[in-house]
Design a protein around this ligand. Structure first.
Ligand SMILES: NC(=O)c1ccc[n+]([C@@H]2O[C@H](COP(=O)([O-])OP(=O)(O)OC[C@H]3O[C@@H](n4cnc5c(N)ncnc54)[C@H](OP(=O)(O)O)[C@@H]3O)[C@@H](O)[C@H]2O)c1
Length: 435
């Protein structure tokens, strides 16, 4: 059998210790599948004395993580530390510069620096892999790069953040408001003490930028992802959506807009209304799911655990097995110099239906004012529900669903209503996911 693939592991937290446990538990099977052993030779974390529930005695402890990139007894550096910049990025650069393979679960770093790292990897002919960076244990990077490689991808979308999905699906079950469910999620360990990245959609945006790059052969462009979190979604929106036959999910969507001469890429993370019969509507709790629509494959659905020690380690070790087998290839599915620099698409070009929630004063003429703005902006209304809110002193909720039309018309209607004394809060627009 060939020489073992030698790994230096930086980061011994949830995922790092999960990788150690997986490699130990499935060692002989992995060796047979990879054609050689995968052997951790060196490890690093901040605190050497901490009991991590795994036996670290077989591995050399490295005090300075950066020294891993220089070790002659290491083939692949595995970074499970986290953070878009800082030591993780320094390590990535040093490892690739030294011609070593680099494997990571770090979505923030790949979303911000994936392109530069892929350029560096190509220069050194070194493998760069990040299956675990998108949707934890779900093999969606491989699914797109390999299984669906024969297809032109029309659209990619999915539920990319387990914390948000847990909160939204619990709000659905309990009719509780966002703040209460966030606290419950924190108590149950489904949300971080600082949940900002999750609930504001940033974590999902990191993953979407990576998926879009792979699916569309695009340069990773995190800054182009328009991101709205779930903090504005109220229990009453969920009730209205339910009455209309929808559930609310935080959805990341990437699609090409070819309405002009030059193709542009639309990347958005937003709370959306999902028809109850759509596969994403059945995705509840902390589960993740990604849909890719290929021109020959049709709709592909990837679903599973988006986080957790076991699932994430499964994705990390799959990358190590690939490298052990000598399977490498372009990290973003086409050679880095061929990745397209798509400009961001104008969201106004999107043609679809929208849900709009208005919070208005309870007085005559308000509905007429809203419908007049819709008429003037050429928005056609499919349904309109008005509900009084006993607890909010004369406020009324108006939930509207539009017929299919260009999004720019809805934006224009809301501009016409801007500053109106009838509106007591900014309206919330949520796109309705098409079939
Ligand atoms: N957790 C998941 O389910 C999951 C899923 C998908 C992707 N990821 C990604 O996987 C990566 C690791 O996540 P995790 O949940 O395993 O994190 P974690 O539990 O917080 O572990 C991070 C590890 O990195 C070490 N570390 C942090 N800063 C360091 C520094 N400056 N120098 C040296 N070591 C440092 C920590 O050392 P100490 O232990 O000594 O403090 C710890 O062992 C992140 O990029 C994350 O986004 C995680």
């Amino acid at each position: 059998m060939a020489e073992p693939l030698r790994i230096a592991l930086a980061g011994l937290g949830t995922v790092g210790t999960g990788v150690i446990a997986l490699l130990e538990t499935n060692r002989s099977m992995i060796e047979r599948r990879a054609g050689r052993a995968i052997k951790i030779v060196a490890v690093n974390a901040r605190d050497r004395s901490r009991d991590r529930g795994v036996d670290l005695s077989p591995y050399a402890w490295v005090d300075d993580m950066q020294a891993m990139a220089e070790r002659s007894d290491v083939d692949v550096v595995l970074e499970l530390v986290g953070g878009s910049d800082g030591p993780a990025l320094t390590l990535a650069r040093a490892a690739l510069d030294a011609g070593k393979g680099f494997v990571t679960a770090n979505k923030a770093m790949i979303a911000h620096h994936g392109l530069a790292l892929a350029e560096q990897a190509a220069l050194r002919n070194a493998p760069l892999k990040f299956e675990a960076a998108v949707a934890g244990g779900i093999p969606v990077v491989k699914g797109l790069r390999e299984g669906a490689a024969a297809n032109r991808i029309e659209r990619i979308y999915g539920i990319l953040n387990g914390t948000c999905n847990y909160i939204l699906s619990e709000m659905e079950q309990t009719s509780a408001d966002f703040g209460d469910m966030l606290r419950a999620a924190q108590e149950k360990g489904f949300a971080e003490a600082d949940p900002t990245f999750d609930v504001e959609g940033v974590d999902a945006a990191h993953k979407l930028a990576i998926l879009a790059a792979i699916g569309f052969g695009a340069r990773v462009d995190f800054d182009a992802v328009a991101t709205t979190g779930i903090g504005e979604v109220q229990a009453s929106d969920i009730t209205q959506a339910n009455v209309l036959g929808y559930v609310i999910r935080l959805v990341g969507i990437a699609s090409l807009d070819e309405s002009d001469d030059e193709a542009r890429l639309l990347q958005r993370v937003r709370p959306c209304l999902v028809p109850r019969g759509h596969p994403l509507a059945a995705v509840t709790g902390p589960t993740n799911a990604v849909v890719a629509e290929g021109n020959f494959s049709g709709r592909l659905l990837f679903q599973g655990a988006g986080a957790g020690a076991g699932p994430t380690a499964s994705a990390v070790v799959a990358d190590l097995i690939d490298i052990a087998r000598g399977d490498s290839g372009a990290p973003f599915s086409v050679p880095v110099e061929e990745l397209e620099p798509f400009a961001p698409a104008d969201p106004g070009n999107r043609v679809g239906r929208d849900y709009i929630r208005f919070t208005v004063t309870d007085r005559p003429g308000v509905l007429a004012e809203i419908t007049a703005a819709m008429r003037d902006a050429e928005v056609s209304i499919e349904s309109l529900i008005q509900r009084g809110r006993d607890d909010e002193g004369g406020e009324v909720l108006v939930a509207m669903v539009t017929h299919e039309g260009p999004e720019r018309c809805v934006t224009k209607a809301l501009e016409l209503l801007e500053g109106s004394p009838s509106l007591t809060a900014p309206p919330l627009v949520m796109p309705i996911l098409g079939a």
